[in-house]
Design a protein around this ligand. Sequence first.
Ligand code: MG
Length: 314
Amino acid sequence: MIGDGQLCKRAIITLPSTRSNRSALHIAATRLRLGYNYPMQHIRNLVLDMDGVLWHGETPMPGLPAFFDGLRRLAIGYVMATNNATKITTQYVERFARFGVTMEPWRILCSAEVTALYLQRSYPAGTRVFVIGDSGLQSAMTAHGFVVVNQPDYSMRLPQLKPDVALVVAGMSHTVRYLDFAEAVSYINRGATFIGTNGDITFPTEIGPLPGAGSLLALLTTATGVTPTTIGKPGPIMFEEAVKRLGGSVENTAMVGDRLETDILGANNAELTSILVLSGIAQRDDIATSGITPDYIVDDIDELLNQLKVAHAT
Ligand SMILES: [Mg+2]
């Protein structure tokens, strides 16, 4: 994962000694301290997590437009990958625009869309699906040719089951009710394939962590004994789709994220280079306690861009 010996050797010879540049020395020292002795020259593509990396909610990170300008100048490809299945691509495009960045929709991978894409490869158009999720997931499934059978009826004590439901797709929902769970459990027990958009147990809010998609999936697993296939990070499917969309390879693509247990673990498992930013959830001390080690650690996207500039200038 860390790279081959040649890369390490070349970097040790060329990096610090010929440069009076303070940032290059700082980068080299950081890398040596971490045990990573080669620069980022091999990185041609980035997969970027968004919250905690590019912004905190409605507050963009300082220098966000300059970061993307810098990537374009270095000819480094980029896509965004988020486990959030409650939003659709256009909502992220609008957020980027508010923050002064023009972003093409194809560059944004939401777990809802990747879930629908993944299932589209195995199921014909018209396949009937029951969805636990917000409108982002429902519209992604519909847009990819699935028939969503959900028909809320608040007056019933028992769900009214529909025929021929092949899939139960579940993700984060702010409005899920007992009857939705009851209906999903019934389809899974009748043989429907159980898919989860992502496994995040909680998500952070201003009042503390609240139950996320993983907690809702756990309810269904408890009731049925069936464990879902989950699409989002840290599983491999999101990373495979990102690399494919970039036209890259695992060797020249890096994942940039703020969560060790999803972004970094997933990247390590998928054999992408992993870059932890300290501008979000995980802090340096968490690495030892989690046992999940990124290939690089940077304070924020500003430092990441500076490191890439140095690496690609050598
Ligand atoms: Mg994040």
